[in-house]
Design a binder for this molecule. Structure first.
Ligand code: ADP
Ligand code: ZN
Ligand code: MG
Length: 479
């Protein structure tokens, strides 16, 4: 039987406001436990919430960037549940009338163009964090996160595979980062997603029962969890045991590589939503929406096609560059300084990304100036240093505040273009490698390439490679 997978995501995003949703407490992540709390976010009796204007602006911005319509009037609601991560015993959220509805996101998945509709974007407050101690009869609670402004983005069930879900989420994350709506640090929980998944025989019109996978906070785990759940459901259908797929919430156990039931629909919480009596409806004027619209920057998809058109980059190069706003800006600044776009892209996608990964530096904090990379590229093109030495200089740019020229001077990296010096090196290498010379004579022309490599190595990358190649050819011909 051929199956089709159906996925819809609910994504929680912490907004990049400096203070919380209903009080003046800081949203700082690094603070000591319970440092960022006050009577309002601790839910003490007699306190009243005051809505954070900046949070509303960011939510509207998100809605606009996701092609939603903005509701001029939306309402806050109380969602009641009793659990110690929520000191008020209710969460202030939106229910019937969210701030944004009906949008879409276009994205690519393995070269295919895809589109997922957005059902709604609503605002709500985050809950605190519980830390369950092992082998102890108590848990700890940290209310720093309680009351941090969130948006929840809910997609329609338009996604058709685990990989598509990941591609969608990557695109969504890039859009939110471009608009500076959130720092989107998944490892810190500022972007996390619940994934709903069902499978159905190909051709079937209606959807089957869905399962919800809670709180995925990495792309890899999201994909693995969905693949595992997809397989579990398909196997149950094939075994004729689809009745065992019930509407439930499951948890992904990364260590065991399994999804595990948390609660079924029967145990589903009855939230007793009702209008929040302590807050007025949120009203937004048309001109405010217009002004927010003007703050939306060029989005990743537009930038991608511009990079391909303007700089003649290929699709996959441009995709990597625009996936990170800061990286794309570093690339573009280097080009604006005068570097050839293709060469600049090679440096950014190769050496720069490698060093950033190695040193765990985010593209936002690249310690090298685009002008330095541009100068370095110029020095290589002029033949002052070899490409290999250039890589060493580039690495050094991360460590010292020096200019490429100063580093070349300090390290004595200028390229050797003196024929006298080079010919001595070439002869020495030829003498030391009689087997290569012999195999060259037998017609193995690649042996010449090997000798060139040895000369480059002997010069510690400083020899002018073009001259070395000519000299090796000449010497071999003359033997
Ligand atoms: P619920 O009433 O359980 O909250 P919703 O209709 O509000 O369900 O949908 C919640 C999420 O689940 C949405 O992202 C939606 O796209 C997704 N979803 C709904 N039905 C299915 C289904 N049959 N299979 C997969 N995902 C689904
Ligand atoms: Zn507070
Ligand atoms: Mg729902």
């Amino acid at each position: 039987m051929d199956f089709e997978t159906v996925i819809g995501l609910e994504i929680h995003v912490e907004l990049s406001t400096r203070s919380k949703m209903f009080c003046g407490c800081s949203t700082e992540f690094e603070s000591a436990p319970n440092q960022n709390t006050c009577p309002v976010c601790l839910g003490l009796p007699g306190t009243l919430p005051v809505l954070n204007r900046e949070a509303i602006i960011l939510a509207v911005k998100a809605g606009l960037a996701l092609n939603c319509s903005i509701n001029r009037k939306s309402k806050m609601a109380r969602k009641n549940y009793f659990y110690p991560d929520l000191p008020k015993a209710y969460q202030i959220t939106q229910n019937e009338l969210p701030i944004c509805s009906g949008g879409y996101v276009e994205f690519d998945c393995e070269g295919r163009h895809c589109k997922a509709r957005i059902n709604r974007v609503h605002i709500e407050e985050d809950a605190g964090k519980l830390i369950h101690l092992e082998d102890q009869p108590c848990s700890l609670v940290d209310y720093n996160r309680a009351g941090i402004p969130l948006i929840e983005i809910v997609t329609e069930p338009d996604i058709r595979s685990p990989l598509e879900a990941v591609s969608f989420l990557r695109t969504l994350k890039a859009i939110l980062e471009y608009c500076e709506i959130s720092d989107c640090r998944m490892e810190q929980g500022s972007l996390r997603c619940d994934a709903n998944i069902s499978v159905r025989p190909k051709g079937q019109k209606g959807f089957n029962t869905k399962v919800e996978l809670k709180n995925m906070n990495s792309f890899r785990e999201l994909q693995k969890a969905l693949e595992t759940e997809e397989k579990r459901q398909r196997e149950l259908y094939l075994a004729g045991e689809e009745y065992r797929i019930i509407q439930e919430t499951r948890r992904w156990d990364a260590a065991k590589g399994r999804t595990i039931p948390m609660r079924s629909k029967e145990e589903a919480r009855e939230y007793r939503y009702f209008p929040e009596p302590d807050l007025l409806p949120v009203t937004i004027q048309e001109d405010v929406i217009k002004r927010i619209k003007e703050t939306i920057p060029e989005l990743p998809a537009q930038k991608l096609s511009r990079f391909v058109g303007e700089y003649k980059l290929n699709q996959s190069e441009a995709e990597v560059l625009v996936s990170d706003k800061a990286l794309s800006e570093f690339f573009e600044s280097t080009v604006k300084e005068g570097a050839h776009p293709k060469t600049a892209a090679n440096w950014v996608l190769g050496d720069l990304l490698r060093i950033l990964n190695e040193k765990k530096i985010s593209a936002k904090n690249i310690p090298v100036k685009p002008s330095s990379l541009c100068q370095l590229i110029g020095l290589i093109e002029k033949g002052v240093i070899s490409n290999t030495a250039g890589k060493e200089v580039f690495r050094e740019l991360f460590e010292s505040g020096k200019s490429p020229e100063e580093i070349i001077e300090d390290k004595g990296l200028s390229q050797i273009s003196s024929e006298d010096v080079l010919i001595r090196l070439v002869r020495q290498v030829i003498e030391e490698n009689p087997e290569s010379v012999a195999s060259f004579r037998k017609g193995k022309t690649q042996a010449a390439g090997y000798l060139v490599g040895q000369v480059m190595k002997a010069s510690r990358g400083k020899a002018n490679p073009k001259m070395v190649k000519e000299l090796v050819d000449k010497e071999l011909a003359g033997l």
